[in-house]
Write a protein that binds this ligand. Structure first.
Ligand code: TA6
Length: 293
């Protein structure tokens, strides 16, 4: 593991082990790239992403914390919380016996975080880089009152093309439709989820296993989560992506966000001293696509 001067004055960690290469920005503890040897990157990073201190980076796995979505109190604080644009600290980088690398990054409260959110906390993100990828986000309440939070591992997965993408595991489930103007109570539909335009949904009762078909490199990515009842799926569609400065025309076709979350009614409450762990493990399966989960 090498610490390197990254793009736009951000510091990056470059991991290269027996299994894979990965890049993590210390800002936001944001995984920007995960590439097992001989495979394309599993993660999408926008060619128009902005790399600058204090600005969220479009792609990889942003950590949305301690709220998911717009400021829940309408106080004008940043969307998706402040963790993704805060400077984190690298605690450990361990080479494990099996050739995997385990990184542990940490964010703790300081004057800047308390000005936005008046709580004492320790937030840790473990990233395990092997021939599979595992992330675990653990929040500990260091204060003497209860705290509540929502959060997400806002993973951007690289696709060959959006028309080929299918999310399996959400068939027949109700969802909260987040597209402006849509009926918020989305009607459940049979079959895998496909993409034909802008889609932005919170599934409040998602299973712990989802599969993404159509990921760059073929096969399926299997997503196993812990500590989460809700999943979020987002694709901006052609028009919105074209108008976003850090995406651009055609970029909607190259990714989909499938997010392990505590969002909507899936709120985490932590007593003083308590902790919560939100985890995601991702593996590629190359089984024939007719074997649905
Ligand atoms: O996870 C979906 C979502 O909340 C969408 O509503 C969309 O806005 C997206 O995240 C990206 O948010 P950002 O603040 O990174 O532009």
């Amino acid at each position: 593991t090498r610490v390197a001067a990254g793009r736009g004055r951000l510091t990056e960690l470059h991991i290269h082990n027996r299994h894979a290469r990965a890049v993590v920005a210390l800002q936001g503890a944001q995984l920007l790239s995960f590439q097992p040897h001989g495979e394309p990157d599993w993660l999408y990073l926008s060619p128009n992403a902005v790399f600058a201190p204090g600005r969220p980076v479009r792609g990889g796995v942003p950590v949305c914390w301690p709220w998911f979505g717009p400021d829940p109190q309408g106080l004008g604080r940043p969307a998706h919380g402040f963790a993704r644009q805060s400077p984190w600290v690298l605690r450990h980088a361990l080479d494990e016996g099996d050739g995997c690398t385990l990184l542990e990054l940490e964010l703790t409260d300081d004057a800047a975080t308390r000005a936005l959110w008046p709580h004492r906390f320790r937030l840790r993100l473990e990233i395990r880089v092997g021939d599979t990828l595992a992330l675990a986000l653990t929040t500990r309440n260091l204060g003497d009152t209860h705290l509540t939070l929502t959060q997400a591992l806002h993973s951007y997965f690289a696709l060959d093309r959006i028309e080929g993408a299918r999310v399996h595991g959400l068939d027949g489930l109700g969802f909260i439709d987040q597209v402006p103007g849509a009926n918020p109570q989305g009607a459940p539909a049979p079959g895998p989820l496909t993409f034909a335009g802008r889609l932005d949904r919170i599934y409040p009762n998602a299973p712990t296993r989802l599969q993404l078909e159509g990921a760059a490199g073929g096969g399926r990515l299997t997503l196993d989560s812990e500590g989460s009842r809700s999943a979020v799926v987002w694709n901006p569609g052609a028009e919105l992506a074209a108008g976003m400065a850090d995406l651009g025309p055609g970029e909607h076709s190259r990714f989909v966000c499938v997010e392990t979350a505590n969002a909507g009614d899936d709120v985490v409450t932590l007593a003083p001293g308590a902790e919560h762990r939100l985890a995601l493990a991702i593996a590629r399966t190359t089984e024939p696509s007719h074997r649905s989960p």
